[in-house]
Design a protein around this ligand. Sequence first.
Ligand code: FAD
Length: 261
Amino acid sequence: MNAPGLKILCREPLSLPPTGHAYPFGSRFDEQDAMCFFDDVLVPWERIFLLYDREAAVRLQAGGQWMGYSSTVRFHERLQTFIGVASLIAESIGVDGFREVRDKLGEMMAHAEMIRLAIEGMEAESFRTPGGLMSYGPGFAVGVYAAQVSRRVSEILREVGASGLLMQPSERDLAEPALRPAIDRYMHGAGWPADEKGRLMRLGWELGISAFGMRQELYEYWHRGDITRNRANLYLRYDRADLTQRLEALLAEPFPAADPP
Ligand SMILES: Cc1cc2nc3c(=O)[nH]c(=O)nc-3n(C[C@H](O)[C@H](O)[C@H](O)COP(=O)(O)OP(=O)(O)OC[C@H]3O[C@@H](n4cnc5c(N)ncnc54)[C@H](O)[C@@H]3O)c2cc1C
């Protein structure tokens, strides 16, 4: 990393260390993004593992199933976190009985179930590669699906949490004797004390609104590459030979007459 000529530009951190308790996710899980500039940098031959070898690059890309699998497991954990936080928020503000709110939380759960079943499918379709290693089954379409639904999950959290996601006391406010009685009286939840509800909402704020949450949303949409390109590639690689052959055979002749009622 300190090779002459290599310069690294890091973006600013998304959680502020002095108030770390207020950034329970960001202070632990913020993944630094950086731009590397290679300005006449000498890379020694012993550090080069691939150059001008297209076939090896394609073989290496096939190992991407492992990346796809781990990314899907991570995404499933993310969805579980959203479900936990959003459903507890609904309970804490007493809106979990409304059909509309259950509908939204159910939608979130349907996405999580699709991803869980996709993980099981990738495991069930694992196979031995020509090189004798094990690989998971194809997960390319799962990546496309995940990118499509991720922001909807954040949106549901914002819809269910509403303004409470923003307007909550900080730990410093809770520790302020002049404020605390008013906070306890006017900001408690449905059976939830004001401090616990405030911390829960803070989790929701971090996931769905904060710079950390927005960075994660951007990440989910883009980190597998341009979704437009990925969907177009899915169209190209999807095996529809059997479908089209059967339809072409059907279309080659006039449709059979329907049986009389
Ligand atoms: C948080 C984060 C993490 C990431 N992690 C990874 C990673 O781990 N690995 C990795 O490989 N990449 C990663 N990426 C990069 C990602 O692959 C790129 O962001 C993505 O390929 C889009 O490139 P770009 O950001 O340069 O946008 P651009 O290519 O500038 O695109 C901007 C917009 O223009 C559209 N556009 C661009 N070209 C065309 C065209 N020819 N025709 C029509 N529309 C077009 C795009 O669809 C998009 O809407 C990450 C990105 C983010 C934000």
